[in-house]
Design a protein around this ligand. Structure first.
Ligand code: ADP
Ligand code: MG
Length: 382
């Protein structure tokens, strides 16, 4: 509630009175990595780390917005030529523009916002920011006539067209559709999705952020993609979504060993997501955890997108008896996501911090996360 009060008082100070409060959330992805561009499944959920904004129409054609966390103010019009300089403000400008481009309505407004989604840690603070404003502007100016998928696409297009980030749809999808105690299996081919219960009694989720990012020269992401496309083509299918290990083994001698292992990971990862769905329906968190370790091994050995520091954190988790642990996100740095028995949490966190620090000279950051609601209205103007 501290966040709410802070925003309330800064809004009153800056603009006078009150606006309406909206929020949206960052996200985790439990399993399903490097599957989106292969037409497979991802398995995200929104978390209890949010961006919250207080907003009120101002009767002009200008947007006036203050970012508490960055302590910066931006003012801009709503035409394409009015793009603000500040990169944080372009997320909001982009959302306005993408709504307008789709025939929606946006008028001038005043806003103050702040959040507690760590920036650039892989929890998608940018999607939280976009979907907070997309949800709010839909409610304020469009009678909620824009459907939720379109809100997610508005966020995604904002990244593409105004922020120079060529992202997929998962982050914005999770941020918009997130529901307390539920993860979502999103089919990246059909865009169908299903909620699965995620409310472990004995386990918690904790992220361990290595705070390393290896910038690699030869665009490993594009190379992975190209491998997957080559194998799919060889198999005569559109994406590896339709491949099986039998199909892959049948062409093993025609493709490079590298392409073989890349495709093997993708095929196995799809199976693992389905296994996790079954396990969650049974409340079987041990199986979920086992699948997470298998994903890590696949990402590290077959897909080769891990790094020394993340493999080290994964090993420490295993030694501590953590139920499941894996790299979260594209790889080469960032966080591991860990499913940890409650009684082990403190020991694990202390040991991971200490041992990582001894080896790499800095402590990882720790984020406890609870699966929570995504975009929403928090309260009406008083
Ligand atoms: P992430 O992985 O967290 O999404 P990005 O680099 O995609 O990292 O997005 C981070 C950017 O989003 C920040 O540089 C900033 O422009 C904007 N942003 C995120 N959270 C906030 C915030 N609380 N206040 C202001 N801007 C924010
Ligand atoms: Mg982002």
């Amino acid at each position: 509630m501290e966040l709410t009060q802070k925003i309330n008082s800064v809004f009153a100070e800056r603009f006078g009175g009150n606006g309406t409060l909206y929020a949206s959330a960052g996200r985790i992805n439990l399993i399903g990595e490097h599957t989106d561009y292969n037409g497979g499944f991802v398995f995200p959920g929104a978390i209890d780390k949010v961006i919250m904004a207080e907003i009120r129409t101002n009767g002009t054609d200008k947007v006036r917005v203050y970012s508490i966390d960055i302590d910066d103010y931006a003012e801009f019009g709503l035409n394409e030529a009015d793009a603000p300089e500040q990169s944080w403000a372009r997320y909001i400008f982009g959302v306005c523009r993408e709504i307008i481009k789709r025939g929606g309505k946006v008028e001038g407004f005043d806003a103050v916002f702040a959040g507690n989604v760590p920036l650039g840690a892989g929890l998608s603070s940018s999607a939280a920011l976009e979907s907070c404003f997309a949800f709010a502007l839909n409610d304020m100016f469009n009678d909620n006539s824009i459907d939720k998928f379109e809100l997610a696409r508005i966020g995604q297009s904002t990244e593409h067209n105004y922020c120079g980030v060529n992202c997929g749809i998962m982050d914005q999808f999770a941020s918009v559709f997130g529901k307390k105690d539920h993860l979502m299996r999103l089919d990246c081919r059909s865009m169908e999705f299903e909620y699965y219960p995620f409310s472990p009694k004995d386990h918690v989720l904790v992220l361990v952020d290595s705070r390393v990012k290896h910038e690699l020269a030869d665009s490993p992401y594009n190379k992975r993609r190209a491998s997957c496309e080559r194998v799919a083509k060889r198999l005569g299918i559109e994406t590896l979504r339709d491949a099986t290990m039998e199909m892959l083994d049948a062409v093993k001698t025609d493709i490079t060993a590298e392409d073989y292992f890349r495709a093997k990971f993708v095929i196995e990862e799809k199976e693992r997501v389905l296994a996790v769905c079954d396990a969650l329906n049974r409340g079987d968190y041990e199986t979920v955890g086992r699948c997470m370790y298998e994903t890590h091994a696949g990402l590290s050995k077959d897909y080769e997108v891990s790094c020394e520091e993340l493999d080290f954190l994964n090993e420490v988790a295993r030694e501590c008896g953590v139920t499941g642990s894996r790299i979260m996100g594209g790889g080469f740095g960032g966080c591991t996501i860990n499913l940890v028995k409650k009684e082990l949490l403190n020991d694990f966190v202390e040991i991971a911090k200490k041992r990582f620090n001894e080896k790499y000279g800095h402590e990882p950051k720790i984020y406890n996360v609870i699966i929570s609601d995504g975009a929403r209205k928090v309260s009406d103007a008083e």
